[in-house]
Design a protein around this ligand. Structure first.
Ligand SMILES: *[C@@H]1O[C@H](CO)[C@@H](O)[C@H](O)[C@H]1NC(C)=O
Ligand SMILES: *[C@@H]1O[C@H](CO)[C@@H](O)[C@H](O)[C@H]1NC(C)=O
Ligand SMILES: *[C@@H]1O[C@H](CO)[C@@H](O)[C@H](O)[C@H]1NC(C)=O
Ligand SMILES: *[C@@H]1O[C@H](CO)[C@@H](O)[C@H](O)[C@H]1NC(C)=O
Ligand SMILES: *[C@@H]1O[C@H](CO)[C@@H](O)[C@H](O)[C@H]1NC(C)=O
Ligand SMILES: *[C@@H]1O[C@H](CO)[C@@H](O)[C@H](O)[C@H]1NC(C)=O
Length: 420
């Protein structure tokens, strides 16, 4: 008899832990696009704008289809869990860049076709996508978007050092051939982006100049290197903001019984910054490719009361559209990574949207101001409380005094009202 419980012991964890998928958050990259800055370089022959597959920086038809396919693949994975669309269940955000919005629309078309037609002619239903510019303010995306921060970064010696780290013959070649001065990392990254994007498109309508061919084998390395350097400078701020995004989405969802999924249609750099912050090699070895995704699954252990430490987070990553999804670990969070642990390792490091907004606009981290606002609210309500207290006291004192006076008056026959 005594050995029975011992025999059952190995089975205990199986019986005890009943992991149930509660919420999934998916961050994905937009599909194939045209170059964002240089459709061609000043020294290139002019391109035929009529043949351009889409405007600068916008998705190509292939890019739209990649996102639609991504949606269908996610439907295979999460279709049963999600069920039919409803606004309390599913929330989708995108950046302000058109390509992230269009990507979100195409993805959702693949993920959530209506069971019964909503529009008679279309197997499609409109699903809201909220656009928020701060998803585009990432890595070199802060240029032209964050006035104050851009100035700060340009004055930062670490930013200047990026230029010094570029192989001099490569820089000279790029300057000679493009006809661009390439004096700062921003312009350098835009040149790399143009080369990488056109190579991926492989379209005769947007031809790649011959001279870049020797650079092609190292283009991914060069591009990842410059984004690594930039992302490291902004690790605390931008990384902290991305950590806040991830965690607040989970925390909010757990308070809303019907919430099941959150989709974030963004950039390769959103995943990169996230990986840099959580020290994930998988996410930072290379920038991810078009329609890559990171799925963040949140499990509840239904056999115990829900606490942050009974909630587990799993990460699944596909670095491109066709790559098999693989579970990856966030070394900082350990395995299993619980919500409680995630909260502890990010304690004091999460940057609120407001703090990031301020940093982006002004280029300085005005924590004091944030606190002052917090204190201000406190001081304001304290002041009111004190004022109420003082007024009440005065009133009470007055009432007491006048009551006393009346009492005295009553006792003093001389002062008794004549008519009473
Ligand atoms: C979006 O598209 C419009 C129209 O082509 C263009 O003017 C605008 O610059 C684009 N904006 C972004 C952020 O992609
Ligand atoms: C760049 O141009 C200069 C002047 O035309 C030339 O001397 C130099 O060899 C070129 N360098 C490269 C890397 O093409
Ligand atoms: C690019 O396109 C050409 C012709 O369409 C094709 O022959 C070639 O294999 C493609 N190159 C790559 C790298 O996909
Ligand atoms: C780029 O290549 C160099 C030299 O091979 C290597 O040391 C470096 O780690 C690579 N960087 C990235 C980001 O892949
Ligand atoms: C970024 O910040 C996080 C949190 O402080 C830290 O764990 C991580 O190592 C940092 N990454 C880099 C590359 O400095
Ligand atoms: C996609 O990723 C997988 C796994 O990393 C890789 O084997 C494959 O070559 C990639 N496909 C493309 C088109 O880059």
């Amino acid at each position: 008899m005594r050995s029975l419980p011992l025999l059952l012991l190995p089975l205990l964890p199986l019986i005890a832990a009943e992991q149930k998928l509660r919420f999934v958050q998916i961050w994905f990259r937009h599909g194939e696009r045209t170059p964002t800055n240089y459709l061609s370089f000043p020294n290139d022959p002019p391109i035929d704008m009529d043949k351009l597959p889409s405007n600068k920086g916008e998705l190509t038809q292939k890019g739209i289809n990649q996102e639609y396919t991504l949606g269908q693949m996610l439907r295979e994975e999460y279709g049963d869990f999600l069920g039919e669309y409803s606004s309390d269940k599913i929330v989708a955000h995108a950046g302000e860049d058109n390509r992230t919005i269009v990507s979100g629309q195409a993805m959702l078309a693949g993920l959530l076709p209506p069971k019964n037609r909503v529009i008679a002619d279309l197997p499609w239903q409109p699903i809201p996508i909220h656009s928020r510019g701060n998803l585009d303010e990432v890595s070199f995306g802060i240029f032209d978007r964050c006035e104050g921060l851009e100035k700060e970064i340009k004055a930062n010696p670490r930013y200047q050092e990026i230029m010094d780290s570029i192989d001099p013959p490569l820089l000279e070649l790029l300057r000679n051939k493009t006809g661009l001065p390439i004096e700062d990392p921003y312009m350098y990254q835009n040149v790399l982006d143009s080369i990488k994007t056109k190579f991926n498109m492989n379209s005769s309508d947007l031809p790649l100049p011959e001279w870049v061919l020797p650079i092609i084998p190292s283009i991914s390395n060069l591009s990842t290197t410059v984004h690594t350097q930039m992302t490291k400078i902004l690790n605390e701020s931008s990384g902290g903001f991305h950590a806040e995004l991830l965690l607040s989405n989970i925390e909010d969802a757990l308070l809303l019984p019907s919430r099941k999924a959150f989709f974030l249609s963004g950039h390769d750099t959103n995943l990169f910054v996230f990986g840099m912050f959580f020290q994930s090699k998988d996410l930072t070895e290379n920038l991810c490719q078009y329609a890559a995704h990171l799925a963040i699954e949140v499990y509840e252990d239904t056999s115990v009361p829900a606490t942050p430490d009974s909630i587990t987070i799993k990460f699944f990553y596909a670095s491109n559209l066709t790559a098999p999804r693989e579970e990856i670990l966030m070394p900082l969070c350990g395995d299993p990574c619980t919500l409680g642990r995630m909260q502890r390792i990010t304690e004091g490091k999460r940057w609120s949207e407001r703090r990031w907004r301020n940093f982006c606009e002004k280029g300085e981290d005005r924590v004091d101001e944030n606190q002052a606002i917090g204190n201000g609210v406190l001081t304001g309500s304290l002041l009111i409380a004190v004022a109420v207290l003082v007024l009440t006291s005065i009133l009470l004192l007055y009432l007491t005094c006048s009551y006393r006076k009346q009492l005295v008056a009553l006792r003093d026959p001389e002062q008794r009202p004549l008519i009473s």
